[in-house]
Design a protein around this ligand. Structure first.
Ligand SMILES: O=Nc1c(NC[C@H](O)[C@H](O)[C@H](O)CO)[nH]c(=O)[nH]c1=O
Length: 160
């Protein structure tokens, strides 16, 4: 089942034998924990073995790119899902982290030749982030599920 733009997972790929790294920030813990859970549960649903899902945390989203490289090099994974939640504050800090992290994660794919799923929420309010983590009943869905499904599809179709 491919993940549609609306977030429904409508095509399932076989994740058996795929090794997946999840690196997650610890800022906005309630939101992060639900995103990680959503991604992990979707990976398991797609047949990825629990023992093939390696999870590590970092202080914040700014640390995700380096942790992603280390996850590939140290744990021999096929794909990495970096998960973070950036929420706009009163300074430009948000913009600089969003910009640098998104570009770094995109570039990493071409340097390493393996999929890096963009699992960083860049939200203007906490409510936006909660909705995208599936924490507001009836409002949106847990985007972590999309990232898990995307990870399996990318390895099946484009993995080395
Ligand atoms: O400031 N807000 C946030 C944040 N700042 C910390 C930053 O990522 C990094 O860990 C430190 O600057 C140290 O390098 N990290 C987040 O994941 N979300 C935020 O909303």
């Amino acid at each position: 089942m491919a993940v549609t733009g609306l977030g429904e997972v409508d095509q399932k790929y076989d994740g058996k034998g795929i090794r997946v790294g999840i690196v997650h920030a610890r800022w906005n813990k309630k939101i992060i924990d639900n995103l990680v859970l959503g991604a992990k549960n979707k990976l398991l649903e797609f047949g990825v073995m629990d023992s093939d899902i390696i999870i590590e945390s970092v202080p914040g989203s700014y640390e995700l790119p380096l942790a992603t490289v280390t996850m590939f090099n140290k744990h021999n994974v096929d794909v990495v899902i970096p998960i973070g939640c950036l929420i706009k504050g009163s300074t430009m800090h948000f913009e600089y982290i969003c910009d640098s992290v998104s570009h770094a994660l995109m570039d990493l794919q071409f340097k390493i030749g393996k999929p890096v799923i963009f699992g960083v929420l860049t939200c203007l309010t906490e409510e936006q982030a909660e909705a995208r983590a599936g924490l507001i009943p009836g409002v949106m869905h847990n985007h972590g599920e999309d990232w898990g499904a995307c990870a399996v599809e990318m390895v099946v179709k484009f993995g080395g």
